[in-house]
Design a protein around this ligand. Structure first.
Ligand SMILES: *[C@@H]1O[C@H](CO)[C@@H](O)[C@H](O)[C@H]1NC(C)=O
Length: 221
């Protein structure tokens, strides 16, 4: 108990949560849309060091080029996500953008169009993100994401793959809310911590969550 309280003393490091995912994977999208968006909208990520590493199950071919599980469109989506986080490193800024980008899980995603719409809506630089995604920086960032994913111990076996302070959650990833809330001292715990985080209840709340996320934390620049 004392140890977990100490985590909140000034200078102590925040709980580190990393989502390893890929852009066109439906269950990754729903993890962002349901679990993470719910936590974000209810201030449960405020003391969390959240990161998204978007390369997922991509493999390298014989020439060392990254081949994405769902083809070149997914690679573009991954580059956009990694670029957005690199160019706007504050989670309050990049999360609403990525949430918006990944919101329309149709079979023919128009990443360029979505990037522009979501950038305008959330005050990020869409053109800079697209330039990054199509340039050497985007390539390097995905390479870095690939290296980081390949270095996971234990190795990831599927996506979404959620790691908290170095520990993979496996199927327990649906309990991320409870895991985070345990680390928040009782006196500072948001009310939402006491509500049922079961995925069924999240699914029924989804419409409401999606509507509430953008206006709650839209970034004004
Ligand atoms: C990724 O790993 C390879 C092989 O170890 C290395 O050559 C390359 O520089 C790394 N790339 C990045 C961007 O970290």
């Amino acid at each position: 108990m004392l140890l977990s309280l100490c985590a909140f003393l000034p200078g102590a490091s925040a709980l580190k949560v990393t989502l390893y995912e890929e852009s066109l994977c439906p269950s990754c999208r729903s993890y962002i849309q349901d679990v993470l968006a719910h936590l974000f909208a209810n201030n449960m990520l405020d003391n969390v060091d959240l990161n998204i590493v978007a390369v997922g199950n991509a493999r390298k071919d014989h020439e060392g080029n990254i081949k994405c599980q769902h083809g070149p469109k997914e690679c573009l989506g991954n580059r956009i996500i990694n670029c957005a986080i690199d160019l706007h490193p504050q989670m309050d800024v990049w999360f609403p953008f990525i949430f918006c980008l990944e919101r329309h899980a149709n079979h023919e995603p128009y990443f360029h169009r979505r990037t522009k719409i979501c950038a305008r809506k959330h005050g990020v630089d869409g053109q800079a993100i697209l330039n990054c995604a199509h340039g050497p920086l985007g390539k390097e960032l995905v390479e870095k994401a690939y290296n980081e994913t390949a270095a996971l111990v234990p190795a990831h076996t599927y996506v979404p793959w959620v790691v908290v302070d170095g520990l993979p959650l496996y199927a327990g990833d649906i309990y991320l809310q409870a895991i985070i809330c345990v680390f928040i001292p009782e006196s500072e715990r948001p009310e939402a911590c006491y509500k049922n985080p079961h995925p069924n209840s999240l699914a029924s709340e989804m419409g409401r969550t999606q509507q509430s996320v953008a206006p709650l934390k839209t970034v004004a620049t």
